[in-house]
Design a protein around this ligand. Structure first.
Ligand code: FES
Length: 236
């Protein structure tokens, strides 16, 4: 058994309670998929399992529970879980700081130096959690998809962008003071520069293909329209 799996087993203090306590939510997740396709629920169930476990990680017994619910082998669930780096197999801190280690952030915008500074500020190395269990630091090789705002990092699932050593220290001071990361989280501007909060949104705006289809239908309409009535022909 790999070293990280041994640690996960040791840290596991109770079998999952979520199959019982989140029964309704599990049923709702399963309802999204057609009968016989229960394995499609593995990803949302992994998220649920991780959310519900103290230390926010996926334990072996979570894998087994999901396998049973989805009618697949634990090895299959494990293969899905291990493919995605956001599913943790060991307990993590209350705040997971994920620093982008891809080219624009790490090499061009000084992210590599910034990580060294983060390690100093936190007193831990990448991959470790502060002794108080507050912060876990990790660097991901995947681009976090905000390269123009490099260097970029996530605090849990939210963005903090244009990171500097001073900004990082202020963030950590707030986290240690129990203030939470809110002051530093940023909603990314949309690609056209508009603000996410004020933009009317994607839901109501017709997509390009809908507009093209509407234009085609409008063009075709006169040919398909019923013949004019005798009264219309006379101009009455
Ligand atoms: S390289 Fe860091 S967000 Fe793309």
């Amino acid at each position: 058994m790999a070293e990280h799996e041994k640690k996960a087993t040791v840290q596991e203090v109770h079998p999952p309670r979520w199959p019982e306590t989140c029964k309704e939510e599990v049923a709702e997740i399963l309802r999204r998929y057609p009968e016989g396709r229960e394995r499609s629920a593995i990803l949302p169930l992994l998220h649920l399992a991780m959310r519900e476990r103290e230390g926010r990680y996926v334990a072996l017994s979570d894998i087994e529970a999901i396998a049973e619910i989805c009618g697949v082998s634990p090895a299959y669930v494990n293969s899905v879980c291990s493919f995605y780096s956001m599913f943790k197999r060991q307990p993590i801190g209350k705040y997971l700081i994920t620093v982008c280690g891809n080219m624009a952030c790490h090499l061009l915008a000084g992210g590599d130096k910034l990580v060294q500074h983060m390690e100093q500020t936190l007193g831990i190395k990448v991959g470790e959690t502060t002794p108080d269990g507050l912060i876990t630091l990790e660097v991901t090789g995947e681009c976090l998809a905000a390269c123009d705002l490099a260097p970029v990092m996530h605090v849990n699932t939210e963005y903090v962008v244009k990171m500097t050593p001073a900004k990082f220290d202020a963030l950590v001071a707030d986290l240690r003071a129990g203030k939470g990361p809110d002051a530093f989280l940023e909603k990314l501007p949309l690609m056209n520069g508009e603000d996410q909060d004020t933009w009317p949104g994607f839901v109501d705006a017709p997509c390009a293909c809908q507009e093209a289809r509407a234009a085609e239908e409008a063009e075709a309409a006169p040919a398909d329209a019923p013949n004019a009535t005798p009264a219309e022909e006379k101009g009455e």
